[in-house]
Design a protein around this ligand. Structure first.
Ligand code: AHG
Ligand code: MN
Ligand code: MN
Length: 335
């Protein structure tokens, strides 16, 4: 029988490659894994119990919160605090960063940015949703409460990023800057098991993902790129295929495995783009780059953007290296 490598075994093995590591980072990841299993359990039984539907309140961005949004936020907050290795969390669901200032957490060196439940609009129809997280070293001194500057770091400072996809099977994919590794939850073992070692995104692919309902308000370069995707050309394998789920995690994951490009440009309702830099674009960009792809905003590499606020939104173009390069070529030409 083939030996499976569990997430925890893998984390400990990876830790041994960093001789100075004392296990705090491994502990943090371990607790993220536990929170993921809790959310997975709730997502799976969502149709069976009264967890579907709305809580009846809005988050600070005026969006109606779903029960699972609230549950996922609490599950991750609880586990991050319980780890004792995290001194603060910026979450999509909370206006301000949450500072853990008690006990072990005060002396912790990491902060986390997260989207506890990504793709909320897909919950009620049993389509894949996800969680996105990123981990940074704090800037403020250990032993003091975390401050805003700890969260407003450039993506290039990230220590680790990952996502969990609650799909037809549940997967956890993450990077610590040494390649991308994917783990599939084996429900019989209750463990994430290594299933996708050293994931790579092909340089090009056939899939373009964008909400074309917003076409009228797209920048000219994006309109032209969409046309380019649709025009027949045997040499470049066009026309491409259009695929859009509406859960960033699921759209990104498919493109990571198959090759493709995901785009969320500025639109009428979201003139600076819809997706959030800290807990959606940055982590996905780190993973994309580690898998051989790339990620750009309006003016350059996503990971080089200096964040100004926790819930900042940016235009987002991410995926296979050559396809993202083509998108940027169209955008620049149209300028
Ligand atoms: P969230 O559910 O965390 O608010 O994120 C939804 C995001 C993202 O998952 C997805 O790519 C995008 O919104 C879809 O937006 P549209 O419905 O505007 O296409
Ligand atoms: Mn999201
Ligand atoms: Mn969300």
């Amino acid at each position: 029988m083939q030996k499976v490598i569990t997430l925890n075994e893998f984390i400990i093995h990876q830790q041994s490659e960093f001789p100075e590591a004392r296990g705090s980072f491994s502990c943090l990841l371990h607790h993220i894994g536990i929170a993921a299993k809790k959310v997975n359990r709730e997502v799976n039984k969502a149709g069976l119990v009264d967890i579907l539907g709305r809580v009846g309140c809005e988050n600070i961005q005026g969006e109606e919160q779903q029960k699972l949004d609230v549950f996922a936020n609490e599950a991750f907050m609880t586990e991050l605090q319980a780890s004792g290795e995290c001194c603060g969390v910026a979450s999509e669901e909370n206006e301000d960063a949450t500072i853990f200032n008690e006990g072990l957490c005060r002396n912790a060196k990491y902060i986390v940015c997260m989207d506890p439940l990504d793709g909320s609009s897909n919950i009620d129809v049993n389509v894949s949703v996800g969680t996105i997280f990123s981990i940074y070293r704090r800037k403020s001194p250990i032993g003091t409460p975390a401050i805003l500057e700890d969260f407003l770091q450039k993506g290039s400072e990230m220590v680790a990023a990952g996502y969990i996809m609650y799909g037809s099977s549940t997967m956890l994919v993450y990077t610590v800057g040494r390649g991308v590794y994917g783990f599939t939850l084996d429900p019989s073992l209750g463990e994430f098991c290594l299933s996708h070692p050293d994931m790579k995104m092909s340089a090009t692919g056939k899939i373009y993902s964008i909400n074309e309902g917003n076409y009228e308000k797209f920048p000219v370069g994006i309109k032209q790129y969409i046309k380019y995707c649709q025009v027949k050309d045997e040499q470049t394998n066009r026309p491409y295929t259009s695929r859009y789920i509406g859960s960033l995690v699921a759209d990104f994951h498919r493109n990571l495995l198959k090759g493709g490009v995901f785009m969320y440009p500025p639109t009428d309702s979201h003139p600076t783009g819809k997706l959030r830099l800290l807990y959606e674009c940055n982590p996905m960009s780190f993973i994309a780059e580690q898998a051989g792809g790339q990620a750009f905003g309006q003016d350059g590499r996503i990971l080089d953007i200096e964040p100004r606020s926790i819930h900042q939104r940016v235009p987002f173009y991410v995926g296979s290296y050559d396809m993202v390069a083509k998108v940027m070529e169209f955008l620049h030409k149209a300028e």
